[in-house]
Design a binder for this molecule. Structure first.
Ligand code: PMV
Length: 347
C-alpha cells in the first residue's frame, strides 16, 4: 500500500529507431508505426520520493545529478497535466524527482525517451502499490508505455526490448498507436545483441525541437508518400529480421535515416540537421563497407550524431575502424559503445 510517504526508482533505456516515427496527430498518436532497438548503456535512472499533502495543486521538484533543475519543471508539469486523467492521485502527493543520465548531458542524445519512460515507470509502479490496485506485468508495461508516449512519442518504445514496435500496423497483431509492444515475430540470431556505437558529432542544443519537427509534417508536400514508405519498410523489415538478410537490412536502415532528414530538408521552414562531419562519417562507412565487406551501417536521429550499427560478430573489426577513422570527426573525440538491451529495470 502506498503510505503517507515512500519512494520508487527505475532505470529506463534510450532507443534507436530502425523505421522512424516522424509525424503525429491527435494526442501523440503516430502517423506511421515504427520499430526500434532498445539500448543498453544509454539510460536514465530516476527516483521519485513522495509525501502525502493537502494542498490542491501539483507539487514537485526535479533534481538532475543531485542539483535542482528548474529548466525541466515546465516539461514535467505539462506531463503531469496530460497524464492526470490516468493517474488521479498525482495532486495528493508532493514529489521529489531525482534523475541522472548515463550519457553526458546535452550530448545530443535524446534523453526524453529514457527520461520520460523512467518517470512513467516510477508513477505506474507507485499506482501499483495502492490499495485495491491489481495489475498484471503485461498491463503494467503497457500502461507505462502509454503514459511515456504522452510525454514523448518515442519514449513509448523505451520500456521493453530488445526490439519494440509502436503504432498500429496491419498484420502486426497487438500493435497499437497507444503504446509500444515487444516485437514478437521471428528474429534471426544475427540481430541478437546488435551493436550501436553512437558518434557524438555535435553536442549543441537541438536546432529544431521534435515537437516542431513533427508539426512540419502537417503541411508537408511529401508527407503521405513518407508514411506509405514507412509502412512498406516495416513490412520489408519483418522479412529481413526473420531471414537475417543483412544486405537489405543495411539498405533499409540507411534509407530510413536519410528519408527522415529528407523530410526536414523539404519542409517549410527547411532544416539541414547533418553537419559536415556527419557526411564525412557516412562517406567513410560506405568506403569501409565496400573495401572490407563489413556489414556496418549508419542511422540518424533528428540531429547530427551518427549511430553505427553492426552485428556482435563484427565488433572487433568495426571498433578498430571507428577508432582509426571515425573518432576524429566526433566533437572532443566522444562516442559511446552500446548494444541492444532488454528494457527498463526496477532499482
Ligand atoms: O519522441 P519524439 O517526439 O522526440 O520524436 C523523435 C523522433 C525520432 O527520434 C526522430 C525518430 C524516432 O522514431 O525515434
Amino acid at each position: 500500500n502506498v503510505k503517507e510517504s515512500g519512494s520508487v526508482a527505475w532505470q529506463a533505456p534510450s532507443n534507436i529507431a530502425l523505421v522512424k516515427y516522424w509525424g503525429k496527430h491527435g494526442v501523440q498518436l503516430p502517423k506511421n508505426a515504427s520499430v526500434s532497438f532498445t539500448l543498453s548503456h544509454c539510460c536514465t535512472k530516476t527516483k521519485i520520493s513522495f509525501q502525502k499533502k493537502n494542498t490542491p495543486g501539483f507539487d514537485f521538484e526535479v533534481l538532475l545529478d543531485g542539483k535542482r533543475e528548474v529548466g525541466f519543471e515546465p516539461k514535467v508539469l505539462k506531463f503531469f497535466e496530460r497524464i492526470e486523467p490516468y493517474l488521479p492521485f498525482l495532486r495528493q502527493y508532493r514529489f521529489t524527482i531525482e534523475t541522472s543520465n548515463s550519457f553526458p548531458h546535452s550530448s545530443g542524445i535524446a534523453s526524453s525517451a529514457s527520461g520520460l519512460s523512467a518517470l512513467a515507470l516510477c508513477l505506474v509502479d507507485m499506482e501499483r502499490m495502492m490499495e485495491g490496485v491489481d495489475m498484471t506485468e503485461a498491463f503494467f508495461s503497457k500502461k507505462a508505455s502509454f503514459l511515456a508516449r504522452l510525454g514523448s512519442g518515442s519514449a513509448a518504445r523505451s520500456i521493453e526490448g530488445p526490439l519494440v514496435l509502436w503504432g498500429s500496423h496491419p498484420g502486426f497483431e497487438g500493435s497499437s498507436d497507444l503504446f509500444g509492444i515487444p516485437y514478437s515475430f521471428p528474429v534471426h540470431d544475427i540481430f541478437k545483441n546488435y551493436r550501436d556505437t553512437i558518434l557524438l558529432v555535435d553536442k549543441g542544443e537541438k536546432q529544431v525541437s521534435s515537437t516542431i519537427g513533427h508539426e512540419l509534417m502537417h503541411e508537408h508536400p511529401y508527407a503521405n508518400n513518407r508514411f506509405e514508405e514507412a509502412n512498406n519498410n516495416l513490412n520489408r523489415l519483418r522479412t529481413i529480421l526473420e531471414k537475417g538478410d543483412l544486405e537489405n537490412f543495411i539498405r533499409l536502415i540507411e534509407s530510413e535515416a536519410l528519408q527522415l532528414h529528407a523530410m526536414m530538408m523539404t519542409s517549410l521552414p527547411y532544416y539541414i540537421l547533418m553537419k559536415p562531419n556527419t557526411l564525412q562519417i557516412i562517406q567513410r562507412i560506405w568506403e569501409f563497407r565496400k573495401s572490407t565487406g563489413s556489414n556496418l551501417c549508419f542511422t540518424l536521429d533528428a540531429g547530427a550524431n551518427v549511430h553505427v550499427l553492426y552485428p556482435e560478430s563484427e565488433q572487433e573489426a568495426v571498433r578498430a575502424f571507428i577508432e582509426a577513422d571515425l573518432v576524429k570527426f566526433c566533437k572532443h573525440g566522444e562516442y559511446i559503445h552500446d548494444k541492444a538491451g532488454n528494457g527498463a529495470k526496477k532499482l
